[in-house]
Design a protein around this ligand. Structure first.
Ligand SMILES: Nc1nc2c(ncn2[C@@H]2O[C@H](COP(=O)(O)OP(=O)(O)OP(=O)(O)O)[C@@H](O)[C@H]2O)c(=O)[nH]1
Ligand SMILES: [Mg+2]
Length: 200
């Protein structure tokens, strides 16, 4: 859910994708600037937050990093329901993970917030010699489905911040006159002071 107070936006963002695609690694890179060669598989989900300044506004992402193991699939709606943005992650060296990503796109198109900003991340772009999923084919698929697509590497950091900035830029701004579905207008003093305290 995206909520707004002055120029400060809070946006719930969810990461979905196959196990091992690199969801946690992308979040760790974005939030802490770190990478672990042996990142542990996520159990259930993990929560992070990070604030970005975009033009004259700040966007505080409330990030749910979900577990890709199939046995956690039924929990996913809890995390994507009400989300303002989703990053669907696949591993460019694993064709099955791309199939899984397309299934997530379908599920979100059917059951996600209609204003959801969706990004597709082809991760592990540093492993070019092991590539199984072509960027061209994915680009065409992303265009057909109105997704923002970029290849990333949590290891080298390429395009990691960019994907979050692009999402922040694309988030619909709530208009006082018309409150689009999936957005809640908030203008409380606490929201304002928290947001301005964190990113001067
Ligand atoms: N070379 C390379 N390895 C990566 C990259 N991103 C993640 N990895 C590695 O891939 C493995 C899985 O990464 P995770 O971030 O745990 O994957 P995940 O999608 O969170 O997996 P689950 O929590 O099980 O759903 C880890 O050993 C990471 O070090 C990348 O961009 N390049
Ligand atoms: Mg994980």
């Amino acid at each position: 859910m995206a909520t707004i107070g002055n120029n400060n936006l809070n946006a719930k963002l969810v990461l979905l994708g196959d196990m091992g695609a690199g969801k946690s690694s992308l979040v760790l890179r974005f939030v802490k600037g770190q990478f672990l060669e042996f990142q542990e598989s996520t159990i259930g989900a993990a929560f992070f937050s990070q604030t970005l300044a975009v033009n004259d506004a700040t966007v505080k992402f409330e990030i749910w990093d979900t577990a890709g193991q199939e046995r956690y699939h039924s929990l996913a709606p809890m995390y994507y329901r009400g989300a303002a943005a989703a990053i669907i992650v696949y591993d460019i060296t694993n064709a099955d993970s791309f199939t899984r990503a397309k299934n997530w796109v379908q599920e979100l198109q059917k059951q996600g917030n209609p204003n959801l900003v969706m990004a597709l991340a082809g991760n592990k772009a540093d492993l070019e010699d092991k590539r199984k999923v072509s960027a061209e084919a994915t680009k065409a698929y992303a265009e057909e489905n109105g997704l923002f697509f970029v290849e990333t590497s949590a290891k080298t950091a390429i395009n990691v911040n960019d994907i979050f900035y692009e999402i922040a830029r694309r988030l619909p701004r709530a208009q006082p006159a018309q409150n689009p579905a999936g957005m809640v207008l908030v203008d409380s003093p606490t929201e304002r002071s928290q947001a301005s305290a964190c990113c001067s």
